[in-house]
Design a protein around this ligand. Structure first.
Ligand SMILES: [Zn+2]
Length: 127
């Protein structure tokens, strides 16, 4: 149901390409942006009627990991918002889920796996 099939022959090789493939699948615009953000805020996901915006702080060295983390919130159906220090148990659990998703996704993409389905990462995560 949530298959992501890149238009080109080979699979995405960067997280940004995974994001683009997922946007294609959703038929929705997903933009990626680097911005200066307050200390302690790594990234952010903002949803509006016409698009989703994934923001990665310029202060973060691990761009791919943080972008994958923000994508994780989107894919896992979390609430939009900042990824900062969680202040509640529910937030902490979601941060953990998004981080696990990111770690799996980055590992797969770096290993050169043809990633045609984002939900296969979700399955592995929840399985
Ligand atoms: Zn987060």
């Amino acid at each position: 149901m949530r298959a992501v099939t890149p238009s080109s022959g080979s699979g995405p090789v960067t997280i940004a390409e995974v994001v683009a493939a997922y946007a294609d699948y959703l038929g929705r615009r997903i933009d990626v942006q680097r911005m200066t953000m307050p200390v302690g805020v790594f990234g952010m996901w903002l949803r509006s009627a016409e698009r989703d915006l994934l923001v990665v702080s310029t202060g973060v060295a691990t761009f791919e990991q943080t972008l994958a983390h923000e994508l994780g919130h989107l894919v896992l159906g979390h609430d939009e918002g900042c990824s900062a220090d969680p202040d509640s148990g529910r937030a902490a659990k979601r941060e953990e889920e998004a981080e696990s998703f990111a770690t799996l996704l980055v590992r797969r993409v770096k290993a050169g796996h043809t990633l045609t389905r984002v939900d296969s990462v979700v399955d592995e995560l929840l399985g």
